[in-house]
Design a protein around this ligand. Structure first.
Ligand code: F6P
Length: 479
């Protein structure tokens, strides 16, 4: 039952993700180069897959022609090409203007367009075909995230011999929201092609099982779905994490330490450096957090002579309207705040619309006294964990939204409701004025969590769970 697609390589472990770990960039002169892809998914999975010498199937990040598989840093990369139209309809449209806002508590209004759905189906089929063509007999295929929810069932149809896992990096919404989706049943059936469906939090796994019972009518018990053909599918939580050791080593390096000191110096050695680092996304709560900070200055609780907020916003999905609008809103807010409250050489907010290499991020984490992570909804938020990993001296305060998945594990953070501006103001102030002993007590507990549960723990727990459960192994069908 091999697919008819030509077999180009035969890997035992494959990741299928919307993005490759590297993006192709086309320069003005037409030459091309590669740079690391944005986002938490790639930064989490890349170290795991390099260690396992697996194959990675994904999109090179721009519209283009088909490309041959190639090797990069111990990994086989298999590019899946998308046309201009598919980038607009599958990626910017259905993935990021329908599913993204719907799965993030309607942080923006999702658009429903039938042509976008058709494109989503076609592109998911292309990823499934590529996975089928590159997997060895009995291989394990690990499908990633909301862009590819139909791939598990499509792949099982082509290759019933495979062990198929699926992991959702973003929240899975409650039934009341998910049910708006005109294609809700197809999505659920797509995911049920996997043997194991992983989520960040157990609440998300429960949402999924409940929807399967209600909308597809399968029998379920706790984390298990019983299909009419005897196959079982499990839905469980596997909170994702970071390469903790990698970040600790980076933060310990002399270059990073020197750079951290230089950053503080360049900012005029403020008493309190607040830091935000996010993709420029409306789910991240950047606007509300900067407003809270600026009000603390306007109210006289903080002074630009000794406090500054450094906000890094990584460009993201720039052709989607709501992202454009957000960029304008933040530009306007930062301009107004600095115009009204800044002094010469002392802006209230130091705003960087740019992406930086890991070294610079580690230096920023080391330089910051208070890290402010306030999404309205976030699957996990790895920035919060990276900050903790980089605080080698055990100091530094983390202000964290209770609506980030990370809040379930990092209980000792200064937790906030990002919709409550006054609450955020009070907590940011509390975090910046807390006794060093109190800050250290909280940080110590969080450092323990992040060092015990790193990304390789996450991956091995998922893969062990996928390999185990012998009674749930795929029924072999002999055509
Ligand atoms: O972690 C969630 C996620 O949407 C990933 O699937 C994605 O690769 C990353 O954020 C960055 O977004 P994008 O790939 O759209 O640039």
């Amino acid at each position: 039952s091999r697919s008819s697609t030509q077999q180009s390589s035969a890997a035992d472990l494959l990741v299928v993700a919307n993005r490759l770990p590297v993006d192709q960039v086309v320069e003005a002169d037409g030459s091309t180069s590669w740079r690391p892809s944005p986002g938490g998914l790639v930064s989490a999975l890349a170290p795991v897959m390099r260690r396992n010498q697996g194959a990675w199937i994904g999109w090179p990040g721009n519209a283009g022609e088909e490309m041959e598989p190639f090797e990069e840093d111990g990994l086989t990369l298999v590019p899946v090409a998308l046309s201009e139209e598919e980038v607009a309809e599958f990626y910017e449209g259905f993935s990021n203007d329908t599913l993204w806002p719907l799965y993030h508590d309607l942080a923006a209004k999702p658009s429903f367009h039938r042509e976008w759905w058709d494109s989503y189906v076609r592109v998911n089929q292309r990823f499934a075909d590529a996975a089928a063509a590159n997997a060895a007999e009995g291989a394990t295929v690990w499908v990633q995230d909301y862009q590819l929810q139909l791939v598990p069932a499509m792949l099982r149809e082509l290759r019933p011999d495979l062990r198929i896992g699926f992991y959702l990096h973003i929240p899975f919404p409650p039934a009341e929201l998910f049910s708006q989706l005109p294609w809700r049943r197809q999505i659920l059936e797509g995911l049920l092609g996997a043997d194991l469906v992983g989520f960040q939090l157990s609440g998300a796994a429960q949402n999924f099982v409940r929807l399967v019972r209600q909308r597809v009518g399968h029998k379920t018990h706790r984390d298990t779905v019983y299909l009419p053909d005897g196959r079982v599918v499990r839905a469980r939580a596997f909170p994702i994490s970071i390469d903790t050791e990698g970040f600790e080593e980076l933060a310990a390096s002399e270059e990073v330490q020197a750079r951290a000191a230089e950053i503080r110096r360049d900012l005029g050695n403020p008493r309190t450096l607040f830091l935000g680092i996010d993709r420029l996304d409306y789910t991240k709560g950047i606007h509300a957090r900067l407003r809270a900070f600026s009000e603390l200055i306007a109210d006289g609780h903080l002074d630009v002579e000794d406090a500054v907020f450094v906000q890094v916003a990584t460009p993201s999905r720039e052709r989607v309207d709501q992202y454009r609008q957000l960029r304008d809103d933040i530009d306007q807010l930062v301009g107004r705040v600095n115009g009204d409250l800044g002094r010469i050489g002392r802006p209230a907010i130091s705003y960087l619309h740019s992406s930086f290499p890991r070294e610079e991020m580690a230096a920023l984490y080391r330089a910051a006294d208070v890290m402010v992570v306030t999404p309205f909804r976030d699957g996990m938020n790895l920035v919060a964990k990276e900050y903790v990993a980089c605080r080698l001296d055990g100091d530094g305060a983390l202000v964290l939204s209770e609506f980030a998945g990370a809040a379930d594990e990092l209980r000792q953070a200064y937790l906030v409701n990002p919709y409550d501006i006054n609450g955020m103001k009070a907590t940011m102030l509390e975090a910046s004025r807390a006794q060093p002993k109190e800050v250290a007590r909280r940080m110590r507990a969080m450092r323990k969590t992040v060092s015990e549960h790193d990304v390789s723990h996450w991956a091995s727990t998922f893969l062990t769970s996928l390999a185990g459960d012998p009674e749930s192994h795929t029924k072999q069908t002999h055509p």
